[in-house]
Design a protein around this ligand. Structure first.
Ligand SMILES: [Fe+2]
Length: 306
């Protein structure tokens, strides 16, 4: 199944847990998403299988600075020296903080091991260790990359992560949304993930849906075309509405909110989502609750518990 051609110009690389994309243009090509250290040799191997000229790859575009989306970057760069690691300024600055580097290195080691446990990567490929990420090219929301015949429009996608972006390819109507529209598990369970700002996330989600994408290319668990893309948007919206109502209903007491955090952990820490550490997932559940409580657009009853 991997690598897999999705459209005339887009290929899905990676594995059933981590999705990375090759976008081929007439002038140059790019990789969208960097994955983890353990997926970097897999990506290099898949590009070889596709017989991609390494010198045609101009950019490796980081969508946001979470460990599972950046830690593969220096190792992909090592395998493909021509490629330039590109990210928005905010993503680069966040990544430079030493505390974040340490945390990302730990998360990368944990998730990489889980991918080996799940046999999502070939254990015979060389297993690299994490290296610091250095961004070589700053890109900005509203920039357009003209790849030749196709173009990638860089869109601001706040809410999931500080400095998050999405990429829109209008000819084939493909949105590379990374984690900005939620995390879809093949079992059908969506994981809402507005870790930074609920209102901004909701706004990002609605803005991306209004583009009416034919292809949704998230950062995890494959890509979705045609009817599946529509089902993805409906399912992600349903989960967003569900978690909003659920947390709102628990906002009457601190005890109820503590129970809600546990219930969200039970709901979301399943299947493919268990590649992440339980400690980090628990922290993320607390963030989800906090962001709903902070939301400006939700009912005042949500705020009464604070
Ligand atoms: Fe993320």
């Amino acid at each position: 199944m991997y690598p897999k051609q999705l459209t005339e110009s887009v290929f899905l690389l990676g594995n059933p847990f981590v999705s990375i994309y090759l976008v081929k243009g007439g002038r140059f090509s790019v990789l969208v998403e960097a994955g983890l250290s353990v997926t970097a040799p897999q990506i290099a191997d898949q590009l070889k299988q596709l017989e991609i000229d390494p010198t045609s790859l101009r950019y490796l575009i980081l969508t946001h600075t979470h460990a599972d989306h950046v830690m593969g970057a220096p190792l992909i760069k090592e395998a493909l020296p021509h490629i330039k690691i590109a990210a928005v300024r905010e993503a680069r600055d966040l990544r430079l903080k030493p505390k974040i580097t340490d945390f990302f290195t730990q998360e990368d080691a944990y998730t990489s091991k889980r991918l080996l446990d799940f046999e999502a990567v070939d254990p015979h490929l060389p297993q690299p260790t994490a290296m610091p990420v250095t961004v070589q090219e700053i890109i900005s929301p509203d920039d357009t990359l003209d790849l030749g015949e196709i173009s990638l429009h860089i869109l601001d996608a706040p809410g999931h992560c500080r400095g998050g972006i999405a990429l829109w390819e209008p000819r084939e109507k493909t949105i590379f949304c990374s984690d900005s529209m939620g995390f879809h598990l093949p079992s059908g369970q969506f994981v809402s993930n507005f870790y930074v700002d609920y209102d901004a996330y909701r706004n990002t989600f609605e803005t991306l849906c209004k583009l009416k994408p034919e292809w949704i290319c998230p950062g995890h668990c494959g890509a979705y075309g045609g009817k599946e893309a529509k089902r993805f948007m409906a399912g992600a919206k349903r989960e967003l509405d569900w978690i909003t109502d659920y947390v709102t209903a628990q906002a009457h007491s601190k005890e109820a909110l503590i129970e809600a955090a546990d219930a969200l952990f039970q709901r979301y820490f399943v299947d493919e989502a268990t590649i992440f550490s339980p400690e980090n997932t628990k922290y993320c559940m607390e963030l989800l609750i906090r962001r709903i409580l902070e939301s400006k657009t939700l009912s005042p009853t949500v705020h009464s518990s604070e």
